[in-house]
Ligand binder design. Sequence first.
Ligand SMILES: [Zn+2]
Length: 259
Amino acid sequence: MIIDVHAHYNDDRYDEDLDSLMKSFLDDDIYVINSATCPGDIDDAVMLANKYSNMFVTVGIHPEYALESNDTEIDRIRKLFTGGNNRKILGIGETGLDYHYDYSEEQIAAQKTNFVKHLALASELSKPVIVHNRDAHLDTMTILKEHLDAKRGALIHCYSGSSESVAEYVSMNCCFSVGGVVTFKNARKLVEAVKVMPRERILIETDCPYLTPEPFRGTRNDSGKTVYTIRKIADILDLSYEYVCDMTTENAKRFFEMP
Ligand SMILES: [Zn+2]
C-alpha cells in the first residue's frame, strides 16, 4: 500500500480523467490525501473524498489565498469537523507561509494571521496541520514554536529545509513529507535532510499536479508516480522498496489517525 499524503485533485487538469485515475490507484492499492487550498475549493474537495473510497481530505487556506481568509471562513472549516459526516477529513491545511513571490506587506501580514488561526483551530480540534513553507523558513519556525500544539504536531509538506533544521522540527512533533523533488538532479540538500529524518517521521507525497518526479519531470503529476519517489528514498536510506512503502504507510496512518 502507498499513501500519497498531499495532492491537489481539485485542479482542473484532472477534470477529464479523475474517475479512471482513482480506479487505477485503487487497483494498485494507492490511497490519496487531497488538500483544499482556498475557500472556493473546500466543499468540492470534501465531496471528492466522499465520492472515492481511496481518497481522504484536509481542509484549509493556502498562503497564496490568505487575503480570502477571515473568521467566517475559519468557522466554516471548524464546522466541517464538528458537523458530522467528517470521517474522511483528516487534518487542517494546507496553510503556512510563502515568500517566493513578490507579495505585498498586506498579503504577508494576512499569511501570518491566516497561519496562526489555522494552528489555533488545529489545537482546539486536536487535528494535525499541513504546513506549506516556501522561502519562509525563519518565520515559519517562529510561528510554529509559538502556536503549534505539539501534542498533535504538523506535517512539513514538501520539505525544503536543511538537514540541520530537521531536529528542530522533530522537537515540535513534526513529520516530513517528501515528494518528487528528491529525484531531481539538484536535490542534494533534500537528500542530506532525508538521511537524518527519523524514519518513523517520513511520509510520501506528490503535491500533484506539480513536482513530478524524474523521469517525468515537467509533465502532470499523479499519485501513481510516487513509485519513483519511493525508489529514490529506498536508495538514499539503503532500504528495500517494499520496506519504504510499508514504513511510510504506517507513518501516515499513525500521523493522521486514519480509520
Ligand atoms: Zn500543496
